[in-house]
Design a protein around this ligand. Structure first.
Ligand code: AHM
Ligand code: MG
Length: 304
């Protein structure tokens, strides 16, 4: 039974030791973030990030928690965070770089909906020119009624759920997503006002009929696809976000990396694989359609 615990499980499976330590550190730091979400102050931090969005205190705190924990491993060359303007070098002798969104969907916390943290891990010094495909692992935490940690490395996607002792225990191993979808999660539905193609795609889902499952937090909305083994999530462009809203490096690429291992697909609205888009800027945005492969194929046809 102890071999079902996160650190035992990953070491038993013979994954890269340093990478395993980074993953374990992220999951461990996530416990502090989960605690801060449950008990912390929701007041504004009085600062704003690169996009001029007000940072709530929890965004700033989560950023600090993950940064400090990753720094303490001495394994991380640099980090890039949604909450920081630039890449930060932590240890110029180290081999890994980690990009993360420390607290995605923080505006949902006061409504008590699920939020999460997302990580892209490269065995490379820095991020420029890297593609999603170059990652060595990706993972995320969902803070909901339960705290869940999901990681993808080599060809496996494994889900761990925190137990009453605070330990992460394997709850699903080798997650696979079916090619047909039962649900749809249409992000940026306001784009249908301007875009007939997106409007027609949404009508297609309604008529199938697929079931609507959308919270407004991408971590829970995409986690649902992995957890229920089917689904589609989209966030297309429109005039306010000509390249989409979501960020390539610390939001879309890690989910695309995980999706690929489950047999799901992740493309931009033109149908290009997210994993093939090179990073030119830390805060670069992309459109995204992710989920069950047959439904992604149809979505590409509707939008092109
Ligand atoms: P954030 O990183 O500022 O929290 O924004 C990302 C979130 C995603 O979780 C979600 O899919 C999206 O923003 C929803 O945005 P909107 O409600 O503007 O369509
Ligand atoms: Mg985010």
């Amino acid at each position: 039974m102890p071999l079902r615990l996160l650190n035992h499980f990953l070491s038993k499976e013979g994954f890269d030791k340093d990478l395993t330590r980074i993953l374990f550190t992220i999951a461990h730091a996530g416990k502090y973030v989960a605690h801060a979400i449950r008990t912390g102050d929701l007041g504004l931090a009085g600062t704003s990030n690169l996009y001029g969005e007000h940072q709530v205190a929890l965004d700033v705190l989560s950023d600090k928690i993950f940064t400090e924990h990753l720094k303490a491993t001495n394994l991380v060359y640099s980090i890039a965070s949604e909450e920081q303007d630039n890449e930060i070098v932590l240890n110029n002798k180290a081999a890994f770089s980690v990009a993360f969104d420390p607290l995605d969907g923080s505006s949902l916390i006061d409504t008590n909906l699920s939020v999460g943290s997302i990580f892209a891990i490269f065995k490379n010094q820095g991020f420029m020119g890297q593609k999603g495909r170059d990652m060595v692992a990706a993972c995320y935490l969902v803070y909901g009624p339960r705290t869940i940690f999901v990681c993808a490395l080599e060809d496996r996607v494994i889900e761990f759920t925190q137990n009453e002792l605070g330990e992460f225990v394997v709850s699903k191993d080798n997650i696979k997503v079916k090619s047909d979808s039962k649900t749809f999660s249409p992000g940026n539905l306001r784009a249908t006002i301007e875009r007939d193609d997106y409007s027609e795609l949404v009508s297609h889902w309604q008529k199938l009929p697929l079931t609507l499952r959308y919270s407004g937090g991408m971590v829970a909305d995409i986690h649902q696809i992995f957890s229920k083994e089917s689904g589609i999530f989209t966030y297309p462009s429109f005039s306010k976000y000509p390249n989409g809203k979501l960020r390539l490096l610390f939001e879309c690429a890690p989910f695309a990396f995980i999706a690929e291992k489950t047999g799901a697909l992740a493309v931009d609205e033109k149908g290009r694989e997210i994993l093939d888009i090179p990073v030119k800027e830390i805060h670069q945005r992309t459109t995204i359609m992710i989920g069950s492969s047959n439904e992604i194929g149809k979505a590409i046809d509707f939008l092109n």
